[in-house]
Each structure stands twice: as structure tokens, then as C-alpha cells.
Design a protein around this ligand. Structure first.
Ligand code: SAH
Length: 489
């Protein structure tokens, strides 16, 4: 188990800064003992133009076995054949242990902490990472699907296996080379920390809440938007448990940078209308929730889906009104759902309230039979978070498959953006918006969706309806046609 991290540089920005960034001196080889073996850090090369740090992990099978029994301290020693077999039976441990060693040995670097070279720690760097033999279930294509969206150039070649390992099949190991100029060292390390274990074979174990926290911290800033987020999350969480049990006593696992909750939207911007000078304008997000709740009440909905519920503000609002008997929040982001659960105090809720609400992880780009049969669904500021080519998948999942009687969709009106004082011209309101539509574009989309799926649609402004550019938020209310007919009859 071996990986190298290389930095390129020049006389002005010497590559040997890597030593400062990793908090490990390039001039000496260092050893760190862990309960399952020894981690070595050394520098095969250290010049101005290029500096390479290597992390080598020597596992001690005997210690791994003892860890499994929950006692004893590790020590280096000759593994006996039977115990080596024990470890070989669990190849998944390989890169998981490497990831744990990475976080133990380079904990400060992973948090981006570097007193000696703070500007280098914060800056994107020309990095190259090599893992000569990486167990990769899913092979080179999955390796690329995991790393490329993060800004890595990926070279992943299947490794020919020696006979000893033949039982594992041919495509299990790749020689991985990653290169990037757009990432900080801390980001690079956090990618490895999560994705090396993810590439291991999936095993299903019970996962502690602690593991979820670790994943959310290490994944902060990159995991929420990752196209393979679901695969990463499920693989990571289903395997870490046994490993953590083994490693817990031995390694001081890093507490990665404290999560902050400020990520979601800037839509909480207050919108001024002709209000009294001293009166505080109502935040747009509050107006939007009021408009949505109003539409749901008018439609007589009791069982409601909040699709892309984010941090659960609308779910919280709906819970206040007992006419909403069942409220389901769905989001693709585990992190958002964790925050929502905290906001709603789900764990401390009385039985009666708790029976009205449920949070579920899921992607709206796939049909999901759990979402069938509801009175209404809300898509509040969600559609603009999907890449346009993925939007038809959401349309089908919601309007074609789940088919609630009522659907409320809100999205920004891009025409209004000129009225935001803080928004530079031509910018969208949030970094994760894949598009923002004019009123005409939204109407065209909604009318088309309604036609194709047999709904009627009406439109309403949310926020001050500017005579020139319209309101900041546009709302579409879809009503299923069969329902109208039934009512009329
Ligand atoms: N509805 C909330 C949050 C809007 S932010 C509000 O009005 O404040 C958009 C949310 O959509 C995010 O929480 C994001 O995780 C979620 N999302 C984006 N793509 C998704 C998908 N394919 N499936 C489910 N949720 C998705």
C-alpha cells in the first residue's frame, strides 16, 4: 500500500514547499506506528522543480486480527501465513487503511493548515498523485467517473496481477495517476480520503452516525455537487464501520474542518417593496414559502412531498399546520438531510408529530415508487440545480411516474437579476444553478410539461412584480386534469 504526492515548482515557488504543506521534513524518513502496522513517509525526490512525498503502509496482519477482537496495541512483526491469509481475504482493507493512514499522518495538511506557507496551502497547486496498485471495484471507468468531475486528469491502467492474487479477478487493481492544477493540497487529500475506500469492494455493515459526520466533513465543498454522490455515499458508509472499529483505538482520526452550514442558497436575500422606511422587508425565502403553503392549502392537499427539501425550512413550515397530515422531505444530499433532521429536532419530536414527517434520501432524476400517491409535490428552487439534459428525467419521475394531483414549482426569474444590487451582470444567483430562466422560458417549459403529462398550469409571481423585469421568483401551479374532471363531475 503505497502512494506518492508530487508538487512541481520553480525558483520562486519551490516544490520543496510540499514539506511545509505536509508538515513532514523532506530531509528525513519518518515512521508512524499505528495499531495495524507502520506508516512511513519519505521523499524520493526533493528539488525546486519537483518534490515527491511517499506514504508507505506496512500492515501487520496480527494487529488487524487483534483489532477485530478489540484489544492490544499493534507492532511490526512477521505476519504468519494463516494471518496473512486473513488479511488477503479482506482486500477492501487495503485502500481503506491507506486512507486512514493518510488522515492520521497528514491531518493538518488535510485541514489546509500551514503556518509556514499559508498562501500556498490556500492556493491551487500543480499536483500529481500516484497509487501504483489501487483496488478499484468498477475498474478504470469508475475511477475516472469519481475523479474527473473534481478537476483531476485521470490515468488509470489495469494492473496485471501476479498469481497469488488471481482469485480476485483481472480488473480489480489499477495503476492510478492523477494530475491537476486547480486543487489545493487539502482538497486533494480529502478526495483521496473518501474515494480510495469508495473504490474498494462494497461490503454491507451497520454504519455509525460518526461515520456519516466524517464523510460530510471530508466531502465538504465537493461531495454535494458530485455526479456520483449517491454511489460515493453508499459505498463509503457501508464499509467504514468495521474498519473504524479496527482503527479507532490506534489512530487519532482527524476531525476535518468544522462543517459550516452556510452553503445552501443566497435566496434569503431580503426583497424591498414599497415598505415603510423603518419596516424590514420580508426575506424572499419567507415569501416563497408563504406562497407555496398558500397554494397547497388552496389545493386541499394533506399529504405533501417536498422534493429537493434542502435544509427542511418548508417541511418545518408545513408541520405548523395540522391540515398537512403527511410531509415527506426528499433530497439527494445527505448533508442537507442531516441539517434538516437537526432543524426539525426529529430525534426529540413527540410521537404524534413524528408520525407526520419523514426525510428520505433519493434523486429526483430517477423514478421512485415511494413517491407515488401523494396529494401534492413541491419543487422549490430545485429544477435550476439540475443540468438541463437531466431535466426530462425529473419531469418524468415527478409528472409521469409519481403523478401527484398538484405540483408547485418555483424557480428564479433571471430577468430580475438586474435588480439585485449585489449581483454582477450576467451572473446567476447561486454557484450551483445550472440555468436561470426568463418568464417566457419558464412558461414555455411548464406549458410543455403540462401538455405532455396531462396537467393544467397557472403562473404566479413571488415577491414584488416589477413592471419591467417581473418578480424575483416565478411559481407554476400544476393541477392534474383527471382531478379537474372528477371535481366537475
Ligand atoms: N427546496 C429548498 C432547497 C432548494 S436548494 C428551498 O426552496 O429552499 C436545491 C436542493 O435540491 C438542494 O438541497 C439539492 O441537494 C437538491 N437537489 C438537487 N438535485 C437533486 C436531485 N437530482 N434529486 C434530489 N434533490 C436534488
Amino acid at each position: 500500500m503505497f502512494l506518492t504526492i508530487s508538487l512541481s515548482g520553480d525558483a520562486a515557488n519551490p516544490a520543496t514547499d510540499l514539506g511545509y504543506l505536509l508538515h513532514k521534513h523532506p530531509g528525513k524518513a519518518q515512521r508512524f506506528s499505528t495499531s495495524y502496522g507502520t506508516a512511513h513517509v519519505f521523499y524520493p525526490e526533493a528539488g525546486d522543480a519537483r518534490c515527491t512525498a511517499a506514504l508507505l503502509l506496512e500492515t501487520d496482519p496480527a494487529a488487524l486480527v487483534r483489532r477485530g477482537k478489540g484489544k492490544g496495541k499493534g507492532r511490526g512483526g512477521a505476519p504468519d501465513a494463516a494471518l496473512a491469509q486473513y488479511v488477503n481475504d479482506r482486500p477492501y482493507a487495503a485502500s481503506s487503511l491507506l486512507a486512514v493512514a493518510l488522515s492520521g499522518v497528514f491531518s493538518s495538511a488535510m485541514r489546509g493548515v500551514c503556518a509556514a506557507r499559508p498562501e500556498r496551502a490556500a492556493a491551487p497547486l500543480p499536483l500529481r498523485i500516484e497509487v501504483p496498485a489501487l483496488p478499484a471495484r468498477g475498474g478504470a471507468p469508475l475511477v475516472r467517473a469519481l475523479f474527473e468531475p473534481l478537476g483531476w486528469r485521470v490515468d488509470a491502467e489495469p494492473v496485471p496481477l501476479d498469481t497469488e492474487f488471481q482469485q480476485w479477478g483481472d480488473s480489480r487493481y489499477v495503476r492510478l495517476v492523477l494530475a491537476s492544477e486547480t486543487l489545493t493540497l487539502a482538497e486533494a487529500l480529502r478526495h483521496l480520503y473518501v474515494l480510495l475506500p469508495v473504490l474498494d469492494d462494497a461490503k454491507h455493515y451497520w454504519v455509525s452516525a460518526d461515520e456519516v459526520d466524517k464523510l460530510l466533513r471530508a466531502g465538504e465543498g465537493w461531495l454535494p455537487g458530485h455526479p456520483e454522490q449517491q454511489l460515493i455515499t453508499s459505498r463509503y458508509l457501508s464499509r467504514r464501520w468495521s474498519l473504524t472499529r479496527q482503527a479507532r483505538e490506534a489512530l487519532e482520526l482527524v476531525r476535518l474542518a468544522e462543517a459550516d452550514d452556510s452553503e445552501v442558497e443566497e435566496i434569503d436575500n431580503a426583497v424591498g417593496e414599497e415598505t415603510e422606511a423603518e419596516e424590514k422587508p420580508t426575506p424572499l425565502a419567507v415569501r416563497r414559502r408563504a406562497a407555496i403553503v398558500g397554494a397547497l392549502r388552496a389545493a386541499g392537499a394533506a399529504r405533501v412531498l417536498d422534493l429537493g427539501c434542502g435544509q427542511g425550512q418548508l417541511v418545518q413550515e408545513l408541520l405548523k399546520d395540522i391540515r398537512f397530515t403527511e410531509i415527506i422531505g426528499v433530497d439527494v444530499s445527505v448533508r442537507a438531510l442531516t441539517i434538516a433532521a437537526r432543524r426539525l429536532k426529529l430525534d426529540r419530536m413527540g410521537e404524534r408529530q413524528a408520525s407526520r414527517v419523514q426525510l428520505m434520501q433519493g434523486s429526483l432524476a430517477y423514478t421512485d415508487k415511494r413517491l407515488k400517491g401523494y396529494d401534492a409535490a413541491v419543487l422549490s428552487e430545485v429544477i435550476e440545480h439540475l443540468d438541463l439534459p437531466r431535466l426530462p428525467a425529473l419531469e418524468y419521475a415527478v409528472f409521469g411516474h409519481a403523478r401527484p394531483r398538484t405540483v408547485v414549482v418555483t424557480t428564479p426569474n433571471v430577468e430580475y437579476n438586474v435588480r439585485w444590487e449585489t449581483l454582477p451582470a450576467g451572473h446567476v444567483r447561486h454557484g450551483d444553478h445550472r440555468f436561470e430562466w426568463t418568464r417566457a422560458e419558464f412558461r414555455a417549459w411548464a406549458t410543455d410539461v403540462a401538455e405532455r403529462h396531462w396537467y393544467d398550469v397557472e403562473f404566479a409571481p413571488v415577491g414584488p412584480d416589477d413592471p419591467e423585469v417581473g418578480p424575483p421568483t416565478q411559481l407554476a401551479l400544476f393541477t392534474i386534469r383527471a382531478e379537474k374532471e372528477a371535481k366537475a363531475a
